[in-house]
Design a protein around this ligand. Structure first.
Ligand SMILES: *Cc1c(COP(=O)(O)O)cnc(C)c1O
Length: 404
């Protein structure tokens, strides 16, 4: 095929012409997908090693999830929360059971789940803990990523994410990630919550030192502070357990969930917590027109059922071991470090070789899609339906890129 018959260049030009440039996508234009594979507008195929930043843990168009969506589209799609619909209770009960919590509050995007967690923690602080009016404070970690709202970027430590979006929301204290002493020192009588990611995905799949999460749990319990775990990217099978907190036997007071909860079909997020926490909300104090809608609930209920089988957590553990072994073999051959858990890896490329962006562009030319984050770091998060052969293929393509 000669170049000017390809549809990709024009599609890229059009996208750049008509959208705000708040992303810098790789130069591929996808038109269909199944399982772990994507096809572009010119018929080229790519192995998906990003999985929508873990929104596609079950792969593209998982048959069970697509069937649930189709069936629901033919019956009922939206009621608003002004009425109750017949998909609502099952979803909330099954997700609450998966989380081991009393209650669930459904929203749409991850950022909304985070905002919900912040509001609930503040209200809990005033009504249950007895914090003085207007004084509630939440301790967060350096290098965090919790979303893009004005309040959330107020406590981001990423200059791009934060600069020029002020005035900033007060009420947050930032401490180094993984440093229990610093976190403990930051807690005072006005602290209502500690909000952290059990593994920092956006920062480059940064795993905290062993004992950190149990330490956070212990300090929060001792100081009467809520432990909020943002498991939006780390949860729902990605690391080989239902939640990344499970690796250290830790149960937070609040789970924030999103991404994979919508099965890669619809945006679904949720907060799960016990009645003494989520019970502080009364009618009119929080909500969302689309939160908990019938289509979202129908799909997400099937997501919860897929997770309840344990199959995807098992796949992530077993295939993750293979992925990490393959990646470790490249340390010293173009990689300087590999981190992560399960089918989730952050790779630091030798910055004298090429940037993360360049590596991802070369990988794309070889039919493997991944995304750089922060300079020379690449994040790999393939769908949990990926096979051994496909993992070996991805690692081989990376080895070829690094070998130049
Ligand atoms: C993606 C993400 C969010 C924000 O989710 P959106 O759906 O993009 O609003 C929040 N926290 C973490 C850890 C995430 O990875």
């Amino acid at each position: 095929m000669i170049d000017d018959m390809l549809r990709t260049p024009e599609a890229i030009r059009d996208a750049e012409r008509w959208t705000a440039h708040n992303y810098h996508p790789l130069p591929v234009v996808i038109s269909s997908a199944e399982g772990s594979w994507l096809t572009d507008v010119d018929g080229r195929r790519y192995l998906d090693c990003l999985a929508g930043y873990s929104a596609l843990n079950f792969g593209h168009r998982h048959p069970t999830l697509i069937a649930a969506a189709h069936a629901q589209l033919d019956r009922l799609t939206l009621t608003s929360r002004a009425f109750i619909h017949d998909q609502f209770a099952d979803f909330c009960r099954e997700l609450a059971e998966l989380c081991g919590k009393d209650l669930v509050l459904p929203m749409n995007t991850g950022a909304e789940a985070v905002e919900t967690g912040i509001k609930v923690a503040r209200k809990w602080g005033y009504q249950v803990k007895g914090v003085a009016p207007g004084q509630a404070n939440i301790v967060v970690a350096e290098g965090n990523f919790h979303g893009r709202t004005t309040t959330i970027v107020s406590f981001s430590t990423d200059a791009d994410a934060r600069a020029d979006f002020g005035p900033y929301t007060p009420g947050f204290t930032v401490v180094p990630y993984g440093d229990l002493a610093a976190l403990t020192a930051a807690i005072d009588e006005n602290t209502v919550a500690v909000l952290i990611e059990p593994i920092q995905g956006e920062q480059g799949v940064v795993v905290p030192p062993e004992g950190y999460l149990p330490g956070v749990r212990r300090v929060c319990t001792e100081q009467n502070v809520l432990f909020i775990a943002d498991e939006i990217q780390s949860g729902l099978g990605r690391t080989g357990q239902t939640f990344a907190c499970d690796h250290e036997g830790v149960t937070p007071d609040m789970y924030l969930l999103g991404k994979a909860l919508g099965g890669g079909i619809v945006p679904v997020s949720a907060v799960a917590a016990n009645t003494d926490v989520l019970g502080v909300l009364r009618p009119g104090q929080h909500g969302s027109t689309f939160g908990g809608n019938p289509l979202a609930c129908a799909v997400a209920t099937e997501v919860v059922r897929l997770l309840a089988t344990g199959e995807f957590q098992r796949r992530s553990t077993e295939l993750g071991a293979r992925l990490h072994a393959g990646l470790r073999s490249l340390v010293g051959k173009g990689l300087v470090a590999v981190r992560g858990r399960g089918l989730w890896a952050g790779l630091d490329i030798d910055p004298t070789l090429m940037s993360g962006r360049e590596a991802c562009e070369r990988l794309a030319e070889r039919g493997v899609l991944a995304k750089d984050t922060h300079g020379a770091t690449i994040r790999l998060a393939p769908p949990l339906v990926i096979t051994e052969e496909e993992i070996d293929h991805a690692v081989a393509q990376l080895a070829a890129v690094l070998a130049g």
